[in-house]
Write a protein that binds this ligand. Sequence first.
Ligand SMILES: [Mg+2]
Length: 325
Amino acid sequence: MPGEFDLISWIQSQSKPSEFLLVPPGDDLAVLKWEGKIKPPKTDAGPAGRNVDDLLLAGVDQVLEGRHFESSKHTPEQIGRKVVNRNLSDCAAMGCLPAALLVAVALPDHLRSAADGGTGLLDYAKLLYAAIKQTAAAHYCPVIGGDTASWSGSLAVSVTVLGRSAGVAPVTRQGAQPGDGIYVTGPLGGSILGRHLTFEPRLAWGRQLATYRPTGLPCVKAMIDVSDGLSRDLPHLLAAGPQHPQLGAQLDGDKIPLHPDALALSTQSGKPPLHHALHDGEDHELLFTSPVRPPIGIRIGTVTAEPGIRVSGNLLSAGGWEHPL
Ligand SMILES: [Mg+2]
């Protein structure tokens, strides 16, 4: 059955190269050239005081009723927070600074009187918007526009994030090399028990990793946030591209950090906690490769020239989330 990645591949094949589009669709965010020039802080790479490019990054992420939340169970505050933090997590994965958000909301008519104690659609929308604004404001990221409509369908919230590189080269999914260590910033698995709503985007860590240059070169070669599950997101860092052929990975199952939720879910599902750490999505920890020891992150394996992902010697097939189409 075709899936969302088939559609993404098709869209990528349709896009034309542009001198303004430095990283095309297919990464966590696109990277565009714009007119901005900034004076980097002295702590950033490059001689202090020299103007460096300030690149514009852009991406969009949506949450849908029944797929990412249930409006009968989850509050508008929880839903608003989740959709913003998903976008901010993409900023973290690129090592950029969030600059602004645009929000499109499709409000279901049935929330007009039924939901949230009968406070009405407008009040519901205000609660949703307030959560979006507050979550973004915690990262100095204003909501600069959007669109609202009501309809007979389900609640859908789409957020477009604009980010800026502010003197630090964006970290893409391409660039891993055989021998690089594979690192993750925190424990994985079982997010469905609640963490998929409450996770924190790893913005500070993403920026710290993107700026860490112990040898004068960026230590992080490739990075992504774990949204679809380790088994689905790691292949993005290993996929063939302009910088390298198809790569593989050796993971040490004992080193993959298990979240307590993975253990709790394991008692319900009957599957091992490691299964949940490998295949559950929406952890939103950063997953990256580096040839040197990074300032943060838990090493879980090594990039190999031989394709395929092995966990403690066993070949791993992708079991994370892909939207069926
Ligand atoms: Mg992402």
